[in-house]
Write a protein that binds this ligand. Structure first.
Ligand SMILES: [Zn+2]
Length: 387
């Protein structure tokens, strides 16, 4: 009986949050026209564009220029994938989330800077000019499984250029939460440290099959403090850091049945007591130089951690929901040590609640664990491969 009431409460909370998210004002600015003329791709919006963020991702003989156009939406009628231009392998455009459109220009030109101009509602991308393209053969691209393939580029000055192996193969640091004498959360006789280690080992195998270099802070059930974990990640020069945990409902809060689902975290140092005098504080000690601290709290780290959290979350839910009904607790910002003291984009995944009977059953199930980590791996893959 009590359970029925709870169920009703949960359902009504769910419906309420659904209505709120539907009511949430959608951005009013949208893309009206796109055209390509000579070496210029132009997008014209209904209203002035607030801001555009540009960054590049390199790999597989292609440089991907990514442009995030904030507070805009994409009508179904607008597309750029049909456009062709010299030196451009592909044009792509998509609604990345409710608030922004993402444009991706794949080019084979290494020294193309990806310049764009924004004047009010007119956004123009200056495409690689003939100058860039002269004498530059387009390299063959083998995309399969991120295998290491050396691409030879011949520049005008006859200097041969090899893609750096280190730059091309991404290093991923995985951190199984807890271990050794630190058992983490527990519920129904299941210890968090066992679940996290088992899932992280599975995740490592999948990512390695995809072609990544994967390091685990620890592969056996041993104790490691948080500082050792982040120092390991920094020493191994990870390009991302992913911590796997399982949750427990707060002891005094009942009913536990309300605590369920998947939750992700990335860094925020607002109101943090771990940060003093622009130093990271661990167990009362100020650690790291200001330069280190700048890396740990850089804008690009925040930005990429957020993107990583988003793609991993949606890919996890997508994979799990093919078989199971799972609650989405969303993405939150925290100053957890592992998120702060890593110099690379980092996320922490709470995979479910050990205090919830249904979830603990699933979390100990091999098949469920596989679905879950496959989702994480796919998300990481799309973070690098770009959507
Ligand atoms: Zn934990």
């Amino acid at each position: 009986m009590e359970f029925k009431i709870l169920k009703r409460v949960v359902i009504s909370i769910f419906l309420l949050s659904l209505t709120i998210s539907l009511l949430e004002a959608k951005t009013s600015n949208y893309l009206r026209h796109t055209f390509l003329k000579e070496n210029r791709l132009t997008l014209i919006f209904k209203y002035d564009v607030a801001s555009v963020k540009h960054f590049t991702i390199r790999g597989h003989g292609v440089v991907k220029h990514v442009y995030d156009i904030f507070d805009t939406s994409l009508p179904k009628t607008e597309d750029i994938s049909q456009f062709k231009a010299k030196g451009v392998r592909a044009f792509r455009i998509a609604q990345f989330n409710k608030k922004l459109i993402r444009v991706v220009i794949d080019t084979t030109i290494d020294d193309y800077k990806g310049i764009f101009t924004l004047k009010g509602r007119v956004l123009s991308f200056i495409l690689p000019s003939d100058r860039n393209i002269l004498n530059q053969p387009i390299p063959k691209i083998i995309k399969k499984h991120h295998k290491i393939v050396k691409h030879k580029y011949r520049f005008k000055n006859r200097k041969r250029y090899h893609y750096n192996r280190k730059r091309r193969v991404k290093i991923i640091i995985l951190d199984a939460g807890h271990g050794g004498r630190d058992i983490g959360a527990s519920g129904y006789g299941v210890r968090e440290k066992d679940i996290t280690l088992s899932m992280t080992l599975k995740l490592k195998t999948i990512l390695q099959k995809m072609g990544y270099r994967v390091f685990m802070t620890h592969k056996r059930d041993i104790f490691m403090n948080l500082r050792e974990r982040t120092e390991y990640a920094n020493r191994h020069k990870g390009s991302i850091f992913v911590a796997i945990h399982a949750n427990a409902a707060p002891k005094k809060r009942t009913p536990h049945v309300l605590y369920k689902g998947i939750e992700l975290f990335y860094l925020s140092v607002k109101n943090s007591n771990r940060v003093k005098d622009r130093r990271a504080v661990y167990r009362g000690k100020k650690l790291y130089s200001r330069a280190d601290y700048r890396k740990m709290t850089s804008a690009s780290k925040y930005y990429n951690s957020k993107i990583l959290a988003k793609v991993v979350k949606s890919s996890m839910l997508k994979n799990i929901r093919t078989k199971y009904n799972v609650n989405d607790k969303g993405i939150k910002k925290r100053d957890f040590w592992v998120l702060l003291a890593t110099k690379m984009p980092s996320i922490l995944i709470e995979t479910g609640y050990l205090t919830n009977k249904d979830e603990v059953k699933r979390l100990t199930d091999e098949h469920y664990q596989t679905l879950l980590v496959e989702g994480i791996a796919n998300g990481i893959n799309s973070y690098y491969g770009l959507y």
